[in-house]
Design a protein around this ligand. Structure first.
Ligand SMILES: [Zn+2]
Length: 137
């Protein structure tokens, strides 16, 4: 079980990620809007054709806006997947060793060639360790 404390910690991290992605996306979105404003996407004149559209500026502005929206959406979703997966992996890692307990077999445990103390098998390094000499055999 994921504790509430860990779940809330993950939620806070997620919130921070979403805020960051939201800021990046909003900046890009607004730069798209400003591109449209400053480049005069729509021009109204007294002479024909009276109304013209600056397609290049409109296109650039629209693309920037779409990129901004995509960054907000995909960034948030990616953050959810990332944090959710990390939480699960951490949880599995925590519960896995207890599911397969390492049974110390006293009868088969070899003794230290230097001091005769029964050696401890260290699963992490897959080596025998002497607690008295403080070294691997
Ligand atoms: Zn020893």
């Amino acid at each position: 079980m994921v504790s509430w404390g860990r779940a809330f910690k993950a939620a806070i991290v997620l919130l921070a990620f979403i805020i960051v992605w939201g800021l990046i996306g909003t900046i890009i979105m607004f730069s798209g809007i400003f591109t449209g404003l400053f480049r005069q996407v729509f021009n109204i004149s007294d002479n024909p054709p009276y109304f013209t559209v600056n397609w290049a500026a409109l296109g650039a502005g629209t693309i920037l806006m779409i990129i901004g929206i995509l960054i907000i959406m995909l960034g948030s979703w990616a953050s959810i997947f990332k944090i959710f997966t990390e939480l699960i992996v951490e949880e599995v890692r925590k519960t896995l060793p207890s599911a397969t307990p390492v049974t110390p077999t006293q009868t088969t445990a070899p003794t230290c060639p230097k001091c005769g103390t029964p050696l401890m098998y260290v699963q992490q390094y897959q080596r025998w360790y002497c607690p008295t000499c403080r070294e691997y055999q």
